[in-house]
Design a protein around this ligand. Structure first.
Ligand code: SAM
Length: 204
């Protein structure tokens, strides 16, 4: 689900970049992608996260996609020429990732899963494209954070079949994704790094 004007204001500002910088530093304590790694960011918004990922991890291949063509247009103006050369930006849908099974070393998703109506299907698709041993980083919010009185009036999110910690962990497990590291506020949200089980090849 695309962002409305209010949430675009929240994510497209320097404070959000500062927060993402700290998050990327946190992820770097758990994962160290190989320089030859193929990495994807889903729901990249205006591209600030992808720039931080490039700076921190320098992967050989960094793709960043978003469902919203306006976000990708914004990203094209946010990135400097060197970043544009190193990051492939495109309009795309988490539910139909244009990759064969098990080809990516890492996937990043900052605040994306809770925007998906069928978030379990989104997870399955991410797990599908990850190599066994590949990682998925997620920053996610729980309903108390985005379905409270104020947030419901300001923002636009899917309302049904939402997840808290328990549902998320079960779905990760069902996709063959094992929790490696997490920072969680039970009612509000989670930062987590999960790794695809080495026994799993295709759909989770
Ligand atoms: C809360 S914003 C986060 C943006 C950026 N990652 C950040 O942290 O600043 C969620 C993003 O996910 C994108 N999105 C929502 N559904 C999507 C889908 N099915 N496929 C790809 N991107 C999607 C939205 O357009 C939006 O840019």
């Amino acid at each position: 689900m695309k962002l409305n004007w209010a949430e675009r204001l929240i994510v497209n500002n320097p404070v959000r970049v500062m927060i993402q910088r700290r998050i990327v530093k946190w992820v770097g304590r758990t994962v160290a992608p190989d320089p030859a790694a193929r990495v994807l960011e889903v729901g990249c918004g205006r591209g600030a996260g992808a720039c931080l990922l490039l700076e921190k991890f320098q992967p050989a291949i960094l793709h960043a996609l978003d469902l919203d063509h306006r976000m990708i247009r914004q990203a094209m103006t946010y990135l400097n020429p060197e970043q544009k050369r190193r990051i492939s930006l495109y309009v795309g849908d988490v539910f139909r990732l244009p990759y064969r099974d098990a080809v990516l070393d890492g996937v990043f998703g900052f605040g994306v899963l809770h925007h998906l109506p069928d978030w379990r299907e989104g997870l399955r698709e991410i797990a599908r494209v990850l190599k066994p041993g590949g990682f998925y980083f997620l920053e996610e919010f729980y309903p108390q954070f985005y379905q409270n009185f104020l947030a419901k009036r300001l923002f636009l999110h899917p309302e049904h079949d939402r997840f808290y910690s328990h549902e998320l962990r079960q779905a990760l497990k069902d996709c063959g994704l094992s929790l490696q590291q997490r920072l969680e506020q039970k009612q509000l949200g989670i930062l987590a790094v999960v790794v695809k089980d080495r026994g799993k090849g295709g759909k989770g």
